[in-house]
Design a binder for this molecule. Structure first.
Ligand code: SF4
Length: 388
């Protein structure tokens, strides 16, 4: 038979082609994404990637809408006071990200308001690490880059049935991701991988029946997709304890202070209290009180899990007629609490105290004088009395 009459075999599609074909139908509509056929807005892409660090799409979305409504361009964000950005960021955790967001916006404005387009240049900007620079380069500029976040690492660990946990196979995963990345539609491919991880190849119960990469997947072929990625042996999380003091003055204001700009929860607003440690002793806790008052230990404790430790915080409540504020503290009207950059744990601590006041209204009556010593910790340079 002449060669021209032989039946032509259809060219086998690559995993990237099959993934992109799936994505063209099933892509998620996200507020920071460009509509089909439209160019991405680098500011929206950058902002969304920063807000999404360490959190979910559902948690980051309202923040994204608020930021875009208030600061629609990078120049607006750069011109905003850092306090306003911190306050708008409150509840997302990792407050160094808010400071870096501001610093990065200023740097972009200094460069004429234009984001660099390649991964290496993006990575030099404040708050932009390996994943974020690759994601922005690919999504905003269709540049050659292969972002690998937790979702994408999980997909790759399953595709190759990697025997080692993700943390031990990072460079291998990065190389595999680069090998899967096509020559064009780079931004679409990155977003398709993200969407596959979020909707199909989920941590538990991956929907392999609907997966465009099923034919390439070693974990599926082995019959145990959930067994990947292999789990790392977790170190036990130490329990730290501490105390915070909820103090009202004669005008019903609440005493607060601001943490130093660097370090854990840097720059956030908190109730005055002790440092947090594994050997904290509640018996002598009032030594950390911001002033003398008749302190009352509230039932229960506030709990929070951080990356490297768990925290249990006892809360004392008290009242004073003395409106002097020392140790970097300041008074805040209760109605203004929502305007503060309270960390998640401090929002819980304030809510805990307010709940007890509401349930036990008698306890909020003045109880002046009693035990407690002035706290000598200084968290902020200003000792001014102020209202937020
Ligand atoms: S086949 Fe299943 S385990 Fe493999 S990539 Fe697809 S969803 Fe994930």
């Amino acid at each position: 038979m002449p060669a021209s009459l032989k039946p032509r075999r259809a060219k086998k599609k690559s995993p990237a082609e099959r993934l992109l074909a799936w994505w063209d139908i099933h892509r998620r509509d996200l507020p920071w994404r460009a509509a089909r056929g439209e160019a991405a807005d680098p500011y929206a892409v950058w902002l969304s990637e920063i807000l999404l660090q360490q959190t979910t799409v559902a948690a980051a979305t309202p923040y994204f809408h608020r930021f875009m409504a208030r600061w629609p361009r990078v120049t607006d964000l750069a011109a905003a006071p850092i306090e306003e950005i911190m306050q708008a960021f409150a509840g997302l955790g990792y407050y160094s990200r808010a400071r870096n967001l501001h610093a990065c916006a200023r740097e972009i404005v200094r460069r004429g308001g234009v984001f660099p387009q390649d991964e290496a240049s993006l990575r030099k900007l404040p708050g932009i690490g390996a994943y974020t620079s690759a994601a922005i380069a690919a999504i905003a500029f269709n540049a050659k880059a292969s972002p690998v976040d937790g979702n994408i690492a999980r997909i790759i660990a399953r595709l190759r049935a990697l025997p080692r946990p993700i943390a031990e196979a990072k460079s291998e995963i990065t190389a595999i991701a680069a090998g899967l990345t096509p020559a064009d539609r780079l931004g679409d491919f990155a977003q398709a991988m993200m969407d596959l991880g979020a909707t199909i190849c989920t941590p538990r119960s991956p929907n392999c029946g609907a997966c465009p990469l099923q034919a390439d997947c070693a974990a599926f072929a082995g019959g145990e997709p959930e067994a990947f990625p292999r789990k790392a042996v977790k170190a036990a999380r130490p329990l730290r304890k501490g105390v915070a003091f909820f103090l009202r003055d004669a005008d019903n204001r609440i005493l607060m202070r601001t943490r130093p700009p660097k370090g854990l929860l840097g720059g956030t607003v908190e109730l005055p209290g002790s440092a947090w440690s594994t050997d904290f002793d509640l018996a002598g806790a009032v030594v950390h009180a911001p002033c003398r008052a008749e302190w009352r230990l509230l039932p229960g404790a506030v709990e929070q899990v951080f990356t490297h430790f768990a925290l249990q915080l006892a809360i004392y409540s008290g009242r004073t007629r003395d409106s002097a504020a020392e140790g970097g503290c300041y008074w805040v009207a209760e109605a203004d609490l929502g305007k503060l950059a309270l960390s998640g744990v401090m929002a819980k601590a304030v809510a805990h105290a307010l709940r007890h006041e509401k349930n036990e209204p008698g306890s909020s009556l003045p109880t002046i004088a009693g035990e407690g010593r002035a706290n000598t910790r200084r968290h902020a340079p200003s000792a001014k009395t102020r209202s937020a």
